[in-house]
Design a binder for this molecule. Structure first.
Ligand code: TRP
Ligand code: ZN
Length: 883
């Protein structure tokens, strides 16, 4: 660790680079014990740089072999090496070249940042600051250069050599058994988009013809033997390429586009120019190894990384504070894609559920930060749900406010103005403002103020004037470092529903309100709707039009009414969630008075759900979502304080049981009607049918009876695809039994040689909410197939336990916290990025009841006095509230 690393960096301190690098020639010679990298970089002073300003290059974990300036070897006194830096105190005036030769050790690189080995394949991860672990460089995103890369390696063991851009040349190095390949990327790019790959890889190939008629060669590279799992990724890629042309007019801009799948990867995937590198979990799919959820996430992440080619690569970020500029926008784009090609109306439900589950707690806890953070200690810690998911919501709100056409024009203007440059959030928002003619000054607060706005709505009906007055209050709650906030500009979609279930036209000041879209800009605002014949029921925040929390003064009967009559599918679903959440939260809050979740109100919930479930005109995926009760974490979030996870589990289980019994006939009917002998197909209709059938199974078996166990075991045995097997296994794992052990053993025996499927085996056990689940994860930690070094395996076992098993992790005796702290500390010793992400599981500790809170605090304090990486240090101290 160098002295720089624990300092806080501020957005307000941004200064342009003193020097620019316009061109890079890199020569990497790959060998098992090390890699030798020679780089020739042409350096010029930036406009305004005073002659003689020292040149500072970033570099980490490098051994410098030589450095030459304008071809002349530099003597030791002409430059200095300090932790993380190489400084030339007196560089020449004007432009010059540096030739730098360094060595690095891919085999010893367990951080998985820079150049490393994954199952024998050389690969790189440079975002955000990994390029400095490959060579000395000005490693910041506003330094854009063109790259020519020559790779060299042993011909037999490393037959495939890939880098960014287009292939230029390749050949043998006579008499050495080695070969080389040369790649050139004509598009100027920041160093974080650099990539190289060398390995013994199998591949599948295809072509794509762009709208303007250029042919692009597509390749997907994987571990030999996995070629039969690449077709879905390839189809997804072609769909994404076509979609971006049709929706945004954006075409691909190189002759080749390659994807490489590796099994050791810190995140999901990386958008390196022309050479995306993926966690193999997000590439490989076959019906027997991947679930529908996997197929969906592969399609969306392939699209996400591809879409970065414009939003991120052609226009990149000026600095890392602007991360949402590329991530929020690209997530928005991939969501729109998935909406169009797969999910339809269910997409908004999935997106909102993810946002509430991941981003709302972040925004309400000690790690809250604005979508564009004002400061950070370690940028790796800011690839967050706030930057990604809330960032996407800001793009969506812009589209809602200015309209889809103006948004598309805004995107076009953004590229017209910023192509080939490193831009800021202001550049993006001003393009939207100029394209639409709207003033978006107030909207900018969404980027700078953290915290989830709270919207309180109440409706008064005036029978004489025949008006309905909707009063809206907004409060943005205080968050760390931000005590008082200004009101936000919020697109609020609403509807009013008449007693017979009909939608009432909305009129304000004699004008109809298009799309029911209100613009909330004040702390308190009143909208008076005219010509309302009788008291209506309001439907608020339709389509989840803004990332806010809403409270209404609706009575349970009105929520039941909305469950059945709301024309907005999102709010119909939301009404059922709200109803169930209220029941469970009440029971959990009142210390296990199970009346609300077992009595008449629960029966009424069942009754209100039935019509929608039996409605064959509704998409099966949508009906499946209706069957899923709010999660334990949803309830904890609703409670917000004094959380007892055991009480939540008990209350939720009781409601599931009540519904299971009350809806037994409907559930059996659905289960039977959705059976099929058709061969597996990942298409949306087939996947929807499986989703509905599996959701029915899940609720049917909530009784926990022997009959339920038998049914789940039959489901497991009859499964012909991974979606059904893993669902059966998950259901079984929640009901301890011999049958569960039998199924787990069977699954293990079948899949022990397959890393990705074995991850599911670890995860399903880690997620099983049982009192002894800490013991289960402890035992699995000692399993011969477990390894702390592989991030997927760590996330499968430790991550699933900490994030997916609330009652196990938050065990009243604190054993779950101690377990996580201990494992995270071990991982922190070699992979800080992965360790710090795991520690995010502590983010809501202050909402727990006092006993659990004390245990969590102890675990965090223990960590804070240990030797931590910068990454873990930032998370631990901020979570504790001591930084
Ligand atoms: N830019 C990647 C994305 O598409 C995120 C990413 C991949 C990343 N690898 C990383 C971020 C390593 C930090 C560190 O979202
Ligand atoms: Zn991304």
């Amino acid at each position: 660790m160098n002295d720089q690393s624990r300092t806080t960096k501020f957005l307000k301190d941004y200064a342009p680079p003193e020097y620019l690098i316009k061109d890079v020639a890199l020569d990497a010679s790959l060998a098992p014990k090390g890699a030798r990298v020679s780089s020739r970089i042409s350096i010029e002073p930036n406009a305004g740089t005073v002659a003689g300003t020292p040149l500072v290059l970033d570099g980490e974990a490098l051994t410098l072999e030589s450095i030459a300036l304008n071809g002349q070897e530099l003597e030791a006194g002409r430059y200095t090496l300090s932790p993380g830096k190489l400084t030339i105190a007196n560089p020449p005036v004007g432009s010059f070249t540096l030739d730098i030769v360094t060595r690095c050790n891919p085999e010893a690189n367990l951080e998985l940042s820079g150049l490393y080995l994954s199952s024998g394949t050389y690969c790189t991860q440079c975002e955000p600051e990994g390029f400095r672990r490959i060579t000395y460089f000005i490693d910041r995103p506003d330094v854009l250069a063109t790259y020519t890369v020559r790779l060299e390696a042993d011909r037999k063991s490393v037959p495939v050599l890939l880098s960014n851009g287009n292939p230029v040349d390749a050949g043998e190095i006579e008499g050495t058994g080695r070969h080389y390949a040369i790649w050139h990327d004509p598009h100027p790019k920041p160093s974080y988009l650099f990539a190289l790959v060398g390995g013994n890889l199998a591949s599948i190939h295809d072509t794509f013809t762009t709208a303007s008629g250029r042919e692009v060669a597509l390749g997907i590279y994987v571990e030999p033997g996995k070629e039969d799992r690449c077709d879905w990724a390839m189809e997804s890629l072609k769909r994404a390429m076509r979609w971006d042309e049709e929706r945004f007019g954006l075409e691909y801009d190189l002759d080749v586009f390659n994807i490489v799948a590796v099994s050791d990867f810190n995140m999901g995937a990386m958008e390196n120019k022309g050479l995306n590198i993926f966690n193999d979990k997000l590439v490989l799919a076959r019906p027997d190894t991947a679930s529908d959820a996997d197929y969906t996430s592969i399609e969306s992440v392939i699209a996400h990384e591809y879409f970065h080619n414009w939003t991120g690569n052609r226009v990149t970020c000026r600095d890392w504070f602007q991360l949402c500029l590329k991530e929020g926008l690209t997530v928005f784009r991939d969501q729109e894609f998935t909406d169009d090609v797969r999910m339809g109306p269910v997409m908004r439900i999935l997106t909102a559920r993810l946002l509430k589950a991941r981003q709302f707690p972040e925004d309400a806890g000690p790690l809250a930060h604005p979508v564009r953070p004002a400061s950070y200690i370690e940028i790796n810690n800011f690839y967050t749900a706030t930057v990604y998911e809330k960032g996407a919501e800001l793009c969506r709100m812009l589209q809602t406010l200015i309209g889809k056409d103006a948004f598309r024009q805004g995107i076009a203007l953004y590229f017209e103005r910023n192509d080939g440059t490193a831009a800021t959030v202001e550049d993006f928002v001003s393009a939207m403002a100029d394209a639409s003619g709207r003033d978006l000054t107030q909207f900018m607060r969404w980027y700078t103020q953290s915290g989830t706005p709270e919207i309180a709505c109440s409706l008064d009906y005036d029978p004489h004037a025949k008006t309905a007055r909707l009063k809206v209050n907004q409060v943005v709650p205080p968050t760390p470092g931000q005590s008082s906030k200004e009101p936000m500009h919020i697109p609020l979609k609403v509807g009013l529903i008449g007693a017979n279930g009909d939608e009432l036209p909305l009129k304000l000041n004699g004008e109809t309100v298009p799309g029911g879209l209100l613009e909330v800009t004040e702390r308190e605002q009143v909208f008076e709707f005219e010509d309302i014949p009788a008291p209506p029921t309001p439907s608020i925040l339709r389509d989840f039009s803004a990332p806010v929390r809403v409270t209404t003064s609706l009575k349970p009967e009105q929520i039941e009414f909305l469950m059945i009559h709301d024309a907005d599918p999102f709010n119909r679903w939301q009404a059922a969630q709200t109803y169930a959440t209220d029941l469970i939260a009440t029971a959990a809050r009142d210390g296990l008075d199970l009346g609300p979740v077992s009595g008449p109100q629960a029966a009424r919930l069942a009754q209100a759900l039935e019509p929608g479930l039996r409605d064959e005109t509704l998409a099966p995926t949508y009906r499946a979502e209706t069957l899923k009760l709010p999660s334990e974490s949803d309830i904890a979030r609703e409670l917000g304080r004094n959380v007892d996870t055991d009480a939540i589990l008990a209350a939720r289980d009781t409601l599931r049981k009540t519904l299971s019994e009350a809806m037994a006939d409907t559930l059996s009917a659905i289960y039977a009607a959705t059976a099929t002998d058709d061969a597996f197909s990942p298409d949306p209709d087939s996947a929807g049918r499986r989703a509905l059938r599996n959701a029915a199974l899940d609720l049917m078996t909530a009784t926990g009876t022997q009959e339920a166990i038998d049914r789940a075991l039959r489901h497991y045995r009859n499964a012909t695809n991974m979606t059904d097997s893993i669902m059966a296994l998950s259901v079984l794992s929640h009901i301890p039994s011999d049958e569960c052990d039998e199924a787990l053993d069977d699954f293990y025996t079948r899949w022990q040689g397959d890393a990705l499927v074995l991850d599911k085996w670890f995860a399903v056990q880690a997620r099983a909410g049982r009192p002894d689940s800490v013991a289960t994860v402890h035992r699995l930690l000692g399993h011969p197939k477990f390894s702390l070094k592989n991030p997927n395996r760590v996330r499968a076992l430790i991550g699933s336990f900490a994030m997916g098993n609330p009652s196990g992790f938050n065990r009243a005796d604190g054993a779950g916290y101690a377990f996580l702290a201990q494992q995270a500390l071990k991982i922190d010793g070699f992979n800080p990025h992965v360790a710090a992400r795991l520690l995010g599981a502590f983010e809501s500790w202050k909402t727990l009841e006092p006993g659990r809170q004390a245990h969590a605090k102890k675990a965090l304090q223990g960590l804070s006095s240990a030797e931590l990486s910068t990454d873990a240090y930032e998370i631990v101290t901020k979570t504790l509230g001591s930084a």
